[in-house]
Design a protein around this ligand. Structure first.
Ligand SMILES: [Mg+2]
Length: 287
């Protein structure tokens, strides 16, 4: 049957290139395929206060469908694993046992199969970093700049700042200096800068999961600079014979992923629509 081999690429809006073969490979062997997704900005709309973020309801529904079909569905996020599981309602999904959350760029993990979290102790020096960041934010004194305590990392958010431009100018260089002084790294994002321990990124997290699960084809979607190492890993895996499709969740704030993506969606609502298309096609083939 011809339509089993060739999905309707126009509907999936896949750019000509390696993403085409990857989509076919996922559809032909879902049990050995991985779907990896970032959380904020990809599944969950970006909002003023990150603690109030929720997964897009259609995104949750699509994940629910896909977790029944695909061998592995992974959320790979800068969020603590616990926060992603709770905000995404992931433990309640039908295929939760096939879900994995790699939190804090892979330093933390939740396994849907066991329901267990693996959370290492906070890194040395994090208390001093938090103190220094608090002092910096107090000193700069721009209303609306907030500090997020992620226990392994400290986020400085200026989405709600009274003067975002002044906030970035006043904060970024000095936050970098604090990070350097304590041998931490920085992760810039959409109206946020995170100071976090070096040594892990989303690319490494993805590589480990691919090896562990014996993945043969994959899809990865993200929206921000922290997703670029995962993009690089997908490209590296292609060269090793594991086809991969890259989704970008586009926003006016960040365009670094767009040129490299095989599929460009405009924010979490469109990502959810695309994931439903994938689920539709997998359901059709399983019927
Ligand atoms: Mg994101």
């Amino acid at each position: 049957m011809v339509d089993q081999i060739a999905p309707d690429l126009e509907r999936f809006a896949v750019r000509p290139g390696p993403g085409v073969a990857a989509l076919s490979a996922v559809l032909e062997d879902p049990a050995n395929s991985l779907l990896g997704l970032d959380f904020d900005g990809t599944l969950s709309p970006i909002i003023d206060r990150p603690e109030n973020a929720v997964i897009h309801p259609e995104g949750a529904r699509a994940l629910d469908r896909l977790s029944r079909r695909l061998g592995t569905v992974a959320i790979i996020t800068g969020r603590p694993a616990r926060a992603a599981v709770e905000l995404g309602g992931l433990a309640q999904l039908a295929g939760a046992e096939r879900m994995v959350v790699l939190g804090q760029y892979g330093a933390e993990r939740w396994d849907g199969a066991s329901g267990e979290f693996t959370i290492p102790p906070p890194p040395e020096g994090i208390a001093q970093v938090r103190e220094a960041v608090t002092a910096l934010v107090d000193e700069v004194g721009i209303p609306g700049v907030t500090i997020e305590n992620k226990f392994r990392a400290i986020g400085i958010h200026w989405r709600t700042a009274a003067d975002p431009q002044r906030a970035t100018a006043a904060l970024i260089e000095r936050a970098r200096a604090i990070a350097a002084e304590h041998d931490f790294g920085v992760e810039p994002g959409r109206s946020v800068l995170e100071i976090r321990p070096p040594g892990k990124d989303k690319g490494m997290a993805l590589a480990e999961l691919i090896a562990e699960r014996g993945v043969r084809a994959q899809i990865f979607g993200g929206d921000d600079l922290g997703d670029l190492p995962a993009y690089d890993e997908v490209v590296r895996q292609r060269a090793l014979g594991i086809p991969g499709l890259l989704i970008a969740s586009a926003s006016p704030e960040q365009n670094a992923l767009l040129e490299r993506a095989d599929v460009v969606c405009h924010g979490p609502a469109e990502v959810a629509t695309w994931l439903h298309l994938l689920a539709d096609e997998l359901d059709r083939r399983a019927a």
